[in-house]
Each structure stands twice: as structure tokens, then as C-alpha cells.
Design a protein around this ligand. Structure first.
Ligand code: BTN
Length: 256
């Protein structure tokens, strides 16, 4: 773990690492050691040896081709029960960024916070929170964006990179600058209390919103329509029989 430089972009303090197990774990380890990392610190790695995905998944990313970063946030004004707002704001920021690079394709947020270009995943987000008393003490927001990678391992479901749609290889530093601008804007919306706007934009960008599709829950396959996402982040579906269902993460799968 060798830190090669430190800089600021849009008010975020950037720590660049050549190689690390996982940027999320690196931030966690710093906090556990009592290092005083500031709100808004971003740890960026050229290579992750054990990138973490949601649940038990891993995040595979070819060294030097993509953006792999974790942001430390200390959102003291956001009560723990409102933490899903942060997921929405981050997903919106990453999708804002993807939209500027690929303006002519449909960019969607696949619940809870994967970023899709048409039917392919271009970015994933992994958020872990530490709650102390009635405050979110620290939040580690891990973001992986496939930027210039051309080939992906067979076992990754539906991967794609920005490079597939951009006419040329993308400059990772320019991508980071742009992403940071959107992250700052969306975070400020939370601070300014623009929660209704975040909620409605998140819903309007949802992948497969209000369309009839197949889903899988346990051994059961069924057809339903996404009708929304609850305040606590549950996916809300309506079946063709008119039943309303709610699922937490990993309780339901999209059949794509
Ligand atoms: C997912 O889609 O399952 C979430 C993927 C999150 C990947 C990022 S890459 C930077 C950060 N460090 C990690 O170990 N994971 C996140």
C-alpha cells in the first residue's frame, strides 16, 4: 500500500494508491486505527487485489483501466433512518457522470444502485455505514466504474465499460474530475434538504420502472412491474394479479 500523492478535487481530498486490497477496506482500516481522515476524503486505487461487491460478490477491475474509489462521508445531519437517501444521491451522481460521457444512450439505475447502459452494468456502488447513537458516524461509499476495460471475465453478469460507447480511450483523471463535481452537487442537495427532488429523480431513472418483466425470488419466478422504492430502500413490485410486494436487497433478482 504505497501512497504516491495527495491532492484536492472539488473539495474532496484525494489519496492515490497504486495497489490495495480494497479501497473500502483501506478506509475502514484507517478509521479503525484511529487515523483522523476528513469528511470528503477519497481513496483511489489503480489496482484492487480483492475488490468487494455487494453481498458476497467481488469486484473485478483491470489495473489502471477503470475508476475504483471510496469516499469517506460523515453526514452528521442525516439521521440513520434516512440513510437510503445517500444511496440514491450517489447513484444519481454516478449516473449524471455516465450521462455526460454517453449522452445518446439510456442510462438507468438498477435498484438499488447499479448503473446500467441499456441492459449492461457499467458501475457498481457499495456503501457501508457506521451508526453511533442516533447519527451516521461514518459512511464509506465505494464506487467502481468500468471506464476503459475492453474484456471482462466470463463470470461477471452483463459487464460493459464507457469505452465501448465512447469513440476514444477516456482520460481517467478527467473522468475523476467530472465525477467529483457531480458527487459534490448531489451531496449538497442532501445537505440543503432537497430530498423530494432526489427521490423523484431516482425513481425516474430506475431501470425497468413500470414495465412488465420477470423476477426471481428464491425458487420462484414471477412476472411483475416495478412501482417504486420505499423510504427504506425496499423494491416495490406489483404482480399481474394486482398483489403488491416489497423486497430487500438479495431477496429478489431481475431476470435479464
Ligand atoms: C457492486 O456492484 O457489487 C458494488 C461494486 C463496488 C466496487 C467498488 S470499487 C471501489 C470500492 N472498493 C471495493 O472493494 N469495492 C468498491
Amino acid at each position: 500500500m504505497k501512497q504516491i500523492s495527495k491532492e484536492y478535487i472539488s473539495g474532496f481530498e484525494i489519496i492515490r494508491l497504486k495497489e490495495v486490497e480494497s479501497t473500502n477496506l483501506y478506509v475502514r482500516a484507517c478509521l479503525d486505527k484511529g487515523l483522523d481522515l476528513n469528511h470528503g476524503t477519497i481513496v483511489l486505487a489503480e489496482k484492487q487485489i480483492l475488490g468487494k461487491g455487494m453481498g458476497d460478490n467481488t469486484w473485478d477491475s483491470e489495473a489502471g483501466k477503470n475508476l475504483n474509489l471510496s469516499i469517506l462521508l460523515k453526514p452528521q445531519s442525516l439521521p440513520p433512518e434516512k440513510q437510503f437517501v445517500l444511496n440514491k444521491a450517489i447513484a444519481l451522481a454516478v449516473s449524471d457522470f455516465v450521462m455526460t460521457i454517453i449522452p445518446d444512450k439510456e442510462i438507468r439505475i438498477k435498484w438499488p444502485n447499479d448503473i446500467y447502459i441499456e441492459d449492461k452494468k457499467v458501475a457498481g456502488i457499495l456503501i457501508s455505514n457506521t451508526i453511533k447513537g442516533n447519527t451516521l458516524e461514518d459512511v464509506i461509499v465505494g464506487i467502481g466504474i468500468n471506464v476503459n476495460q475492453k474484456n471482462f471475465p466470463q463470470n461477471i453478469p452483463n459487464p460493459v465499460s464507457l469505452r465501448k460507447f465512447s469513440k476514444k480511450k477516456l482520460n481517467l483523471n478527467e473522468c475523476l474530475d467530472s465525477l467529483c463535481i457531480f458527487l459534490r452537487r448531489r451531496y449538497e442537495e442532501i445537505i440543503l434538504g432537497e430530498i423530494q427532488m432526489i427521490n423523484s429523480e431516482y425513481i425516474s431513472r430506475l431501470y425497468r420502472l413500470d414495465e412488465i418483466h420477470n423476477f426471481k425470488s428464491g425458487d420462484e419466478n414471477f412476472t411483475a412491474r416495478i412501482i417504486g422504492v420505499s423510504e427504506y430502500g425496499q423494491l416495490q413490485l406489483r404482480t399481474k394479479y394486482g398483489d403488491s410486494l416489497e423486497f430487500g436487497f438479495k431477496e429478489v433478482e431481475y431476470v435479464i
